[in-house]
Design a binder for this molecule. Sequence first.
Ligand SMILES: [Zn+2]
Ligand SMILES: [Zn+2]
Length: 163
Amino acid sequence: MKISLIRLAEGLHTLNFVAKLAEFDLENHPNLRDDVQITVELEKRSPHYFLKKHVRATGRFWCDRCTKEIETPLLDESRSVFSSDEDMAARDEEVHLIAADAKELDITGDIRDTLLLSLPMKLLCSESCRGLCAGCGVNLNEEPCRCAASPADPRWEALRKLL
Ligand SMILES: [Zn+2]
Ligand SMILES: [Zn+2]
């Protein structure tokens, strides 16, 4: 994903993009779905470019307690700086060094990082999710536990006698 710098005036610009996950090598990520919407607020103050990127995608997860599939919007933002000022780039590792006559800014890596950071560590279908019964395995949000109701499996009974 590249931003063209040709004929870009000094000052503030707002740029909108829609991209596929494949563009960031994330098409096989289990928790991400297409498309990715990106808004970049770019300020050109030669020789620097200050970027604020807003990234929106769709996340797909399985509840940590009941394993139900959940789709949820993912939102995140990040900032970065591109500059041909070598001193500035040497001082600050967050600054991407570019050639003085660069024709474009490559933001692929930045957007990829922002997408990965937008993924939650832990997710529940709802705060009150009751999960799966450890005994009978039913989804306790949908039906009552069957542990007490089901008679003991005779095969287990036979095993128990051996112990
Ligand atoms: Zn759940
Ligand atoms: Zn149960």
